[in-house]
Design a protein around this ligand. Structure first.
Ligand code: SF4
Length: 233
């Protein structure tokens, strides 16, 4: 526990029903990210984490111990959680206290993902897939070059693993047309779940997207249905 006292944690949600399907979980937010997704709404966490106050790990543990009767698990999010060198240690510590553990990741660190799975430290993984799996599409939305091979490796690790997981695609009208959305589903051939999420134009990294109208809910549901159909065959 002492070695975790210096962890940089920049956000904490005490109880969430929306971050883990079917579970009530707490969410820990780590600073920094190696992507710069245009639709990211965690701007300060990604670009100016030093401006945000640190949250003490001891405070989080005190909360979890107090509310352990209600909280099923802890979600490790960000930013990109796998950039934290102490991530395996903190997950192991919280798991040893009897909580389930979930990782949110952009898939850029396949080595750490594999280690967490092999060491049985994660019970659920949600991996963002940002676009169809070609360099041009991926770079356009993440503003990060040469990440695709690592993302593909993480997808394979997850799909070959016994760990419960889902892939998530946040859709932005100017970057994801219906054909691209369906292509992502085809690229994930064999995956059990691709969740379509609408982007939220409030406080996005790329301010030019702030005036962009998100897809309406009927269209989002239609995309989800078509994606489910592709994955089912
Ligand atoms: S959306 Fe996620 S992966 Fe993209 S910049 Fe924000 S925190 Fe990083």
């Amino acid at each position: 526990m002492e070695s975790l006292a210096s962890l940089s944690i920049k956000g904490f949600i005490e109880a969430s029903f929306v971050d883990w399907p079917g579970k009530l979980c707490s969410v820990i937010f780590f600073p920094r990210c190696n992507f710069r997704c245009r639709y990211c709404h965690n701007g300060p966490l990604v670009t100016k984490p030093d401006m945000l106050e640190d949250i003490q790990f001891s405070h989080i543990m005190a909360y979890l111990q107090r509310e352990r009767a209600w909280i099923d698990g802890v979600c490790f999010s960000g930013g990109e959680a796998t950039l934290q060198p102490q991530l395996p240690e903190i997950i192991a510590y919280i798991k040893a206290q009897g909580f389930l553990t979930k990782l949110d990741t952009n898939g850029s660190n396949p080595e750490l993902l594999k280690r967490l799975i092999d060491d049985r430290l994660v019970d659920y993984v949600a991996m963002d897939v940002k676009a169809a799996l070609d360099e041009r599409s991926y770079c356009a939305i993440t503003q990060s070059a040469r990440v695709l091979d690592r993302v593909k490796e993480s997808i394979k690790i997850l799909m070959d693993s016994p760990v419960e997981h889902e892939f998530r695609l946040t859709v932005v009208p100017s970057y994801h047309g219906s054909e691209e959305i369906l292509q992502v589903a085809r690229d994930l051939n064999g995956a059990s779940r691709l969740r379509i999420q609408n982007f939220n134009p409030a406080s996005v990294l790329d301010s030019s997207l702030q005036s962009l109208k998100p897809f309406d809910d009927v269209l989002i549901n239609s995309f989800q249905q078509q994606v489910d159909d592709i994955l089912a065959h």
